[in-house]
Design a protein around this ligand. Structure first.
Ligand code: TYD
Length: 224
């Protein structure tokens, strides 16, 4: 599959009550604090009189909840290409039925995870090509890219300490896991380097209030 990073957004940016719609995504490894930051941003944007649609992938729609259940809870192997297609199917339905209509109304969409998660996670498995995964998602979403993507960057070891305060003894499985999460992190950072105007990369070890301040500054710029 080929991709075109210069392809423009196909979504109409209608002026809603408070201005044109905005699409903001939060990305990063598990335990980086995405949900906390998304909630803080939601509160702030709402206080400025804008309508916020808070959503997530996978699982931002009824169909998506069923797909989420398969990709996250199915016991046993799922072929790598099938997994990538399931995330893309969730995304296609979510964008068409939730995200695009919200942007067209002029709302501010604040979303946990989007196509960068597919590239970083499905690409980290080393089975699939990152450009193919990205192209698949761009096809699924008719080319929709966020106005701003906040990458909460965190060393996987620190994330793990956050997720599980009890340090477990080293074992091979954990080492493999941490190697995988290292590749996910590198994948996110590579994406951010490719599109510096879309990404805001923040050191997730900083205090939540400081991070929220930087996110607000980037949003204020885009809200005008
Ligand atoms: P998330 O909802 O952030 O997890 P939780 O609710 O447990 O905090 O994400 C679920 C998992 O899905 C996460 O490990 C990353 C993975 N994921 C992918 O592998 N590819 C994708 O395209 C997306 C959106 C998520």
């Amino acid at each position: 599959m080929t991709e075109d990073r210069t392809r423009p957004l196909t979504v109409p940016r209608a002026a809603g009550a408070g201005g044109p719609g905005l699409f903001v995504t939060f990305e990063g490894g598990d335990g980086a604090g995405k949900t906390t930051q998304a909630s803080m941003l939601e509160e702030w944007v709402t206080s400025r009189g804008r309508v916020v649609v808070r959503t997530r992938e996978p699982g931002g729609t009824e169909v998506g909840v069923r797909i989420r259940d398969i990709v996250l809870h199915h016991r046993g192997h799922i072929a790598a290409r099938a997994e990538a297609l399931l995330y893309a199917a969730d995304r296609a339905h979510h964008v068409e039925t939730v995200v695009q209509p919200a942007i067209a109304r002029g709302d501010v969409v604040i979303q946990d995870r989007y196509l960068d998660s597919s590239v970083a996670y499905q690409g980290a498995g080393r089975v699939l090509d990152a450009d193919d995964i990205r192209a698949l998602s761009l096809w699924a979403t008719d080319g929709l890219l966020p106005d701003l993507t906040v990458l909460l960057d965190l060393d996987p070891a620190a994330a793990r300490r956050r997720l599980d305060a009890d340090d477990k003894p080293f074992d091979r499985l954990e080492a493999e896991k941490s190697e995988f999460h290292g590749r996910v992190r590198a994948g996110f950072l590579a994406l951010a380097a490719q599109e510096p105007q879309r990404f805001l990369v923040l050191d997730a070890t900083r205090p939540a209030e400081e991070l929220a301040h930087d996110v607000r500054a980037a949003i204020a710029e885009r809200l005008g």
